[in-house]
Design a protein around this ligand. Structure first.
Ligand code: ADP
Length: 674
């Protein structure tokens, strides 16, 4: 086809009255194979599509056959909201004027939109009547989309720049430094509106005297030297006069010819951040200094603790005393060397196990009660406990236990510190045996002193019995009834005498018998009376008058009858001795028994020579005597017997003199005693 023919064909459809059907077949084929971006179609007077080029497939996605015979309005949306914008866009892009093209929005088969520029011509018949329209449409979708996104991104960047906050400012200035643009955020940052800032030279803003001016000056030289990105920190004064720090990033803008046109950049106000950072740094340094100080201090304390712990451990471990800690159920949590050694058991076998099985069966309940009685107010107790030792023997340990409580007052752990008192106990027992022996011997000695009197005492009833026996025999020999009656009376007398003798002998035997100490509730006056009977003859022999002043209804006391008798007998015999040199008339011993605050007080007040001041302090010493044949153990024994009875024995000179008073206070029985 020649170019002439082609130009004819191109123009043919637009000639008045021509229709597509009137075109030669090859012209129709040429139109059908129209370029991709162009779409040619015809509509009749009813706006139904009568022809559409196959390029519609590429543009709208339809096959031409699907569209023919349908209204073109099904595909073109002339009322689309974007239409006006499109029209405006097309006018601006392509120029307005009489030949301005209509724009429309078409809906593709897959729902996307296509943007078309339309050039329309009426189709007229031979009479000049309009029979339809032929349209040449150009697909501008790509271009319109590109333009849209350009506008959108322009708008987006404008929004971004205009809406900048948070201390950011975007600016540009020419090569001389005159500011040509600044974002409105400059008002927040420097306190000046953008239009007041535009036109200023930015190097004046970074005044001579301010920080960063030198760096700002260098930017120009460096740009000329080819540096593209500049980063610097400068100080600019706020409208209120306060200097503020800005971190700046700027780059040069070049023209098409490569000439340096301007600088554009972004500045961020870092005053607060810097101040915060400085404060933070100062805080950090301060903290580091304090941590370092504390670390040194702690390591010193630690070293000291380690030393003191080592010392403590050393003390605990080298201790001769047993130290153990245990839980309320008796499980040991700690045991020192001495403890392990004593029980001849390695530590690992002792820890985690209860010690209850080691306690003597008879002591276990008492121990449990003592421990359960501990309170936060009275957290410790001391006691002696018998324990089973590995060799089968029994050991005595004196323990002092201390309980530790939680905040609710419940015991959580106990600590026991103890020492072996087995030998002490044994010595104590031996001592007690010796003491017992001594008191016995002493009683025998007292008895020896009194033997003449005792012989006399016994002799008397025996003598009486013999006299009555003779009288009875004589009476019986008479063989009369009267004689028998008299003999019967004599027999009664004999019986009385023998009973008296038997009583004396029984008392003497009781007094001299060796027997273990036996505590019982006693009527103190009864014991005093028995003692008086024991010394009755001695009193008579010493020609001492005795007076008794006993309160009635005295409370019970607890004691060993014979040992208390021993005290009283001793005190009475001493009193007789002390009065031996006094005229017979004035030899009086007053024995009183009265209730006192905490028991019964018994006093022996004699009218003897008294005790000279020089020897008062030694009265109760063992082997102290002022007598020619004295042994000097009487009062010492009395004192120790009294102590064993929790009683007090004291001497006091009579007032008025002469004479001495020995006073002993026997306490009430303890609860559960004897
Ligand atoms: P002894 O009677 O063997 O001397 P005691 O221990 O009983 O031993 O008494 C020690 C000393 O105390 C007596 O030698 C005596 O000097 C003095 N003494 C004891 N009782 C009296 C008393 N009632 N009046 C004066 N002196 C007394």
């Amino acid at each position: 086809m020649s170019s002439d023919e082609r130009s004819h064909m191109l123009n043919a459809p637009f000639q008045t009255g021509a229709t597509l059907a009137s075109l030669p077949a090859d012209a129709q084929a040429w139109l059908a194979s129209w370029q991709q971006d162009y779409l040619f179609y015809q509509i009749d007077a009813n706006e139904l599509l009568t022809f559409i080029a196959p390029s519609v497939k590429g543009i709208l996605g339809y096959d031409p056959e699907e569209m023919l015979g349908r209204s073109y309005r099904e595909f073109l949306d002339l009322d689309h909201p974007l239409h006006a914008q499109l029209q405006d866009l097309s006018d601006r892009l392509l120029g307005g004027g009489a030949r301005a093209m209509r724009r429309c929005v078409a809906r593709c088969r897959d729902g996307r939109l296509a943007f078309l520029a339309l050039r329309e011509r009426p189709l007229l018949d031979g009479d000049g009547q309009r029979i339809g329209t032929e349209v040449m449409a150009h697909d501008e979708t790509g271009r319109v989309n590109a333009e849209f996104s350009l506008r959108q991104s322009e708008r987006k960047y404008r929004r971004l720049v205009e809406g900048l906050r948070g201390g950011y400012v975007i600016y540009s200035h020419n090569v001389d430094g005159v500011i040509t643009y600044v974002s409105p955020s400059v008002r927040d940052v420097l306190g000046m509106p953008a239009d007041k800032v535009i036109g200023l030279n930015w190097r004046d803003l970074v005044g001579e005297e301010n920080y960063g001016r030198a760096a700002a000056d260098r930017v120009r030289e460096q740009t000329q030297a080819g540096k593209l990105l500049h980063q610097l920190v400068v100080e600019i004064r706020h409208a209120d006069g306060a200097p503020r720090l800005f971190e700046i990033q700027e780059r040069p803008v070049f023209g098409f010819d490569g000439s340096h046109l301007a600088m554009e950049g972004i500045a961020k106000d870092v005053t607060e951040a810097t101040r915060n950072a400085q404060e933070l740094q100062a805080l950090k340094e301060d903290l580091e200094r304090r941590v370092a100080r504390r670390t040194t201090e702690l390591s010193r304390i630690n070293a000291e603790l380690r030393r003191s712990e080592a010392r403590y451990r050393n003390v605990v471990e080298t201790q001769e005393e047993f130290i153990t800690r245990w839980r309320p159920d008796g499980t040991r949590t700690f045991a020192n060397e001495a403890y392990c050694r004593y029980f001849d058991t390695p530590r690992e076998k002792l820890l985690g196990r209860s010690f209850y099985e080691l306690i003597h069966d008879d002591d276990r309940d008492e121990f449990r009660a003592a421990v359960e009685g501990l309170t936060p107010q009275a957290p410790s107790t001391t006691y002696v406990q018998r324990v089973y030792l590995p060799d089968g023997s029994i050991g005595y340990i004196q323990f002092t236990d201390r309980a530790f409580f939680d905040s609710a007052g419940n015991p959580i752990e106990y600590q026991s510190v103890g020492r072996d008192v087995t030998e002490l106990r044994q010595a104590d027992e031996r001592l007690r045996e010796h003491e017992n022996l001594l008191t016995h011997v002493s009683r025998l000695a007292t008895m020896g002193e009194m033997v003449a009197g005792i012989a006399h005492e016994i002799h008397q009833p025996l003598h009486a019995a013999r006299t009555f026996a003779e009288a009875a025999r004589r009476n019986l020999q008479q063989g009369t009834d009267q004689g028998v009656a008299a003999a019967q009376e004599c027999c009664q007398e004999i019986e009385g005498a023998i009973n008296r003798t038997a009583a004396i002998i029984r008392r003497l035997r009781d007094f001299t018998k060796s027997r273990p100490v036996h505590l019982e509730h006693l009527d103190a006056t009864e014991v005093v009376a028995e003692s008086i009977e024991l010394t009755a003859f001695e009193a008579r022999r010493a020609r001492v008058r005795q007076r008794f002043e006993f309160e009635s209804q005295l409370p019970w006391v607890a004691g060993d009858r014979v040992q208390l008798q021993q005290i009283f007998v001793n005190l009475m015999l001493n009193a007789y001795d002390a009065m031996a040199q006094q005229p017979v008339d004035s030899r009086t011993l007053v024995i009183t028994a009265a209730a006192s605050n905490n028991g019964v007080e018994i006093a022996f007040r004699d009218s003897g020579e008294g005790v000279s001041p020089g020897v008062r302090d030694r009265l109760f010493d063992a082997f102290f005597t002022t007598k020619k044949d004295g042994m000097g153990i009487g009062l010492a024994l009395c004192k120790s017997i009294a102590a064993a009875h929790r009683a007090q024995l004291v001497y006091e000179p009579n007032d008025p003199a002469p004479g001495s008073t020995f006073r002993i206070t026997l306490p009430h029985p303890h609860k559960g005693e004897p």
